[in-house]
Design a protein around this ligand. Structure first.
Ligand code: ADE
Length: 231
């Protein structure tokens, strides 16, 4: 079954409104909604903020039968071309806040793990095509950098851009990616840009959240149409 996950209510509530034949599955720390969205059976959930919540929720989704995972939400733009409202489809994901450099590991590398988790090509293609249909939005593919930090400074942006080649910053994607990769479950992360992770990020984030949440919903629904119709 296809699972759709966000971190915050705003990121999934528009999708939840359209969920038919809905039932709830209570799990420790999270509520999963099972139902049918645009004719496609799905699991839908708000996992909470940060990598720990994201990993826990992804694990519950896999136990509940998820065979593909789409993470949808907002992010701070890092790529200089990105503007508020634009969309990033993940090529791969890194954990920018992991630091075991004292033991000789590259910044962001979890010892024993891959330095970056690659998103599924088919889900990426569906997301990019769906994002291209959202009016007035530029969609690009790029690396998503996750960490338990809200980035709100030019130095923070520079660190992610030059150090990791990241297109955007958020707080959950790579944790979902790590869990899904271990289980061999395909995943993609789609992020709408709510701010550009600079000094105005805290204000922009709140201002633009409703707009970008609508964009994210449109992308997911566009993906459902594509994934339910064999190519
Ligand atoms: N989510 C939205 N904007 C963000 C930012 N600037 N940093 C981290 N996560 C975000």
């Amino acid at each position: 079954m296809l699972a759709i996950m966000g971190a915050m209510d705003e990121e999934i509530e528009l999708l939840l409104e359209g969920l038919e034949a809905r039932e709830t599955l209570e799990r420790p720390g999270v509520t999963l909604h099972r139902g049918v969205l645009d004719g496609v059976p799905v699991l839908l959930t708000r996992g909470g903020i940060g990598k720990v919540n994201a990993a826990m929720t992804a694990t519950h989704l896999l136990h509940a039968g998820a065979t593909r995972v789409i993470f949808t939400g907002v992010a701070g733009g890092v790529h200089p071309d990105l503007r508020v409202g634009d969309i990033v489809v993940s090529t791969d994901l890194v954990q920018h806040d992991v630091d075991v450099t004292a033991l000789g590991y590259a910044p962001g590398t979890v010892p024993g793990e891959t330095p970056a988790w690659a998103a599924d090509p088919q889900l990426r293609a569906a997301a990019l095509a769906a994002a291209g249909e959202v009016e007035g939005v530029r969609a690009l593919e790029g690396r998503v950098a996750s960490g338990d930090q809200f980035i709100a400074s030019q130095e923070g942006v520079q660190r992610l851009w030059t150090g990791f080649g990241a297109a955007c910053a958020e707080m959950e994607g790579a944790a979902v990616a790590q869990v899904c990769a271990k289980a061999g479950v395909p995943f993609v992360v789609i992020r709408s840009v709510s701010d550009t992770a600079d000094h105005a990020a805290n204000v922009d984030y709140r201002t633009f959240m409703p707009l970008v949440a609508r964009h994210a919903k449109q992308v997911v629904r566009g993906m459902l149409a594509r994934l339910s119709t064999p190519a």
